[in-house]
Design a protein around this ligand. Structure first.
Ligand SMILES: Nc1nc2c(ncn2[C@@H]2O[C@H](COP(=O)(O)OP(=O)(O)OP(=O)(O)O)[C@@H](O)[C@H]2O)c(=O)[nH]1
Ligand SMILES: [Mg+2]
Length: 297
């Protein structure tokens, strides 16, 4: 058999550039990206197919010490990606002085698992567009000391520098295997999921402090008509005061977010979109186990 296939599980701290990198490797904007940490909440598979390869990239939330139930569930999504990897792709933000050292036991324990595993490890030293060559060199030496057997590449996911080389390295490490998914599949997630993520991305971009973290987006209905998709979405918040902030004075803030989300959805779906957004208060949804079990699957 000369077909190769496998799971390439991307892990790292929040904001390291994991989602940017998955999108760059796939050439598709599947995972949402924002400047804020803890943007990604779910494990998301992005699938690359050609005649001889199926690369299943797995994006996941950044590793943190969970301090509430939603974060615990996010870390369960990370744990899952530690179990089925054919290749680990560890993403480090080279501009973060604490990228390798501090960051709590959760991250250190994952680093130590990576050091012991028989699964091939690729380390992507990311954001080198913001670093001098000397600094990259120094950083590379530190990473080499931690991972003597790993493939180590200095990249910029944002500017797609060295990402082709990274992709070739990954291909060379994949095992021979039949495809796991249909060759037409791009992801394990459906359009409703991506629609909710795109709306969440615009919330992350438009609101500050705790607001984005206190929201969740559900799609109430998604109707595909020949020339337009009609999407009804609900934005959950935890308190009335947050609802007021999301809506803004005279509805201005929600209108702006809604317009940006609609335009992004139109680009993603390649079709006109009618988007209706409703804000609903769901007290303490981030601590509600049964709600979270429905949301984080
Ligand atoms: N300068 C620079 N910025 C980058 C690079 N890669 C990602 N970023 C930026 O870093 C920020 C975080 O990127 P994400 O891809 O959302 O990071 P993530 O690791 O998925 O973050 P979480 O989902 O929160 O864990 C965004 O503002 C990106 O544009 C890079 O190579 N260079
Ligand atoms: Mg992400």
């Amino acid at each position: 058999m000369d077909h190769k296939a496998g799971y390439v599980n991307i892990i790292g701290k929040p904001n390291a550039g994991k989602s940017t990198l998955m999108n760059a490797l796939l050439g598709e904007r599947l995972s949402i990206v924002t400047p804020k940490a803890q943007t990604t909440r779910h494990r998301i598979l992005g699938i690359y197919n050609d005649d001889n390869h199926q690369v299943i990239f797995s994006d996941s939330p950044g590793i943190i010490e969970p301090s509430y139930k939603l974060q615990e569930k996010m870390m369960e999504q990370v744990q899952e990606s530690l179990t089925d990897a054919d290749v680990f792709l560890l993403v480090l933000d080279a501009t973060d002085p604490n990228a390798l050292t501090l960051g709590g036991d959760a991250f250190l324990s994952i680093i130590s698992q990576m050091q012991k595993t028989d699964v091939p490890v690729v380390v992507a030293i990311n954001k080198i567009d913001n670093l001098s060559q000397d600094a990259v060199q120094v950083y590379g030496t530190k990473v080499r000391a931690l991972f003597p057997k790993a493939e180590i590449l200095a990249i910029s996911a944002l500017h797609q520098f060295n990402t082709f080389e990274l992709f070739q390295t990954i291909l060379s490490l994949l095992p021979e295997h039949e495809p796991y998914f249909d060759k037409e599949d791009l992801s394990d997630r459906n359009l409703r999921f991506f629609a909710s993520e795109i709306i969440r991305e615009k919330i992350f971009e438009n609101y500050s402090q705790e607001i984005p973290y206190s929201t969740h987006v559900t799609i109430q209905s998604f109707k595909e008509e020949p020339n337009i998709s009609r999407i009804d979405a609900e934005i959950w918040v935890e308190k009335e005061s947050q609802k007021a902030i999301i809506i803004g004075k005279n509805g201005k803030a929600l209108k702006k977010t809604g317009t940006q989300a609609r335009l992004a959805l139109e680009k993603f779906l390649n079709q006109k979109v009618f988007l209706s957004l409703n804000v609903k208060v769901k007290p303490d949804w981030r601590k509600n186990e049964s709600l979270l079990n429905k949301i984080l699957i």
